[in-house]
Write a protein that binds this ligand. Structure first.
Ligand code: MF3
Ligand code: CO
Length: 262
């Protein structure tokens, strides 16, 4: 197993820059979300925003075992799609949809990674509740990301906030450490037991991902080799921040005004 890379103050400053760049890309996409827009148009906005920042996409051509290279700079996951949805010209957003957008960039040697699930126009009360609870679970988890705690304290919040609302968390996908690589040790599971798991230390930087299904936790891989959808067709939401663990507690590196509305 690869070792956890502890970042010093200078490295965390650089990662703050990467995190803010990722947040800006997400914000540009947020501004464009409305009924009638295709997920491919969101991809085009992302490409332009990344180029303007003089950054590169962390996702484009990314390779994980047994998958084709990832073909886009965003993952865009509509309604029952959980994660890794590939942008598509024929996929047009409609009033009442929820759309998860995940984007990460590489700049000055470091990655920043973030995701947000947006309502498209007015959404049904159950959809809004899913968005609010998933976002709340992420913030509850972040508040546990401090030195001396263990990973299980973070993961337990992701799980318990979602399950208390009658929702379920993904079993086989996790958040991750982040730094010079998009995916570093340790994994950040979406379920866990308080007091168990990796001891958290100042200088760790984590991409914490809250992934919540409205219905059952089971998911299937789509024919494109990337997309993951709920098996029961229920809605799914995703929220992700890159978070530095500092001696006095967590610092969110990917904050932006989009997080204040919802
Ligand atoms: N935020 C997700 C992750 O860190 C998105 C990965 S998309 C990929 O796993 F293209 F990079 F695989
Ligand atoms: Co991630």
């Amino acid at each position: 197993m690869q070792k956890i890379k502890i970042k010093n103050r200078l490295e965390i400053e650089k990662m703050k820059h990467s995190g803010q760049a990722a947040a800006e890309v997400l914000q540009s996409i947020a501004d464009a979300i409305q009924p009638g827009v295709s997920t491919y148009e969101l991809e085009m906005i992302s490409r332009k925003a990344i180029a303007e920042l003089n950054a590169t996409s962390s996702f484009l051509n990314y390779v994980i075992p047994d998958h084709p290279p990832y073909p886009a700079t965003i993952c865009v996951s509509v309604n029952n799609i959980v994660i890794h949805g590939i942008p598509d010209q024929s996929e047009v957003l409609q009033e009442g949809d929820i759309v998860g957008v995940d984007t990460a960039v590489h700049i000055n040697g470091y990655h920043g990674d973030n995701a947000f699930t947006f309502p498209v126009g007015q959404v049904a009360p159950n959809a809004r509740k899913l968005l609010e609870v998933t976002k709340e679970s992420l913030y509850a988890a972040i508040s546990e990301a401090k030195p001396g705690n263990r990973m299980g304290d973070v993961s337990f919040q992701l799980q318990s906030v979602a399950e208390s609302a009658g929702f379920s968390v993904l079993q086989n996908f996790s958040g991750h450490g982040i730094g010079r690589s998009l995916h570093e040790e340790p994994q950040v599971p979406t379920n866990g037991t308080p007091g168990r798991g990796t001891r958290l230390r100042a200088g760790m930087v984590l991409a914490i991902e809250a992934m919540v299904n409205e219905g059952h936790s089971s998911v299937d891989e789509m024919d494109d080799g990337w997309g993951i959808e709920t098996s029961d067709g229920s809605l799914s939401a995703l929220f992700e921040h890159t978070v530095a663990i500092l001696s006095d507690g967590p610092e969110i590196l990917t904050g932006s005004p989009i997080w204040e509305n919802l």
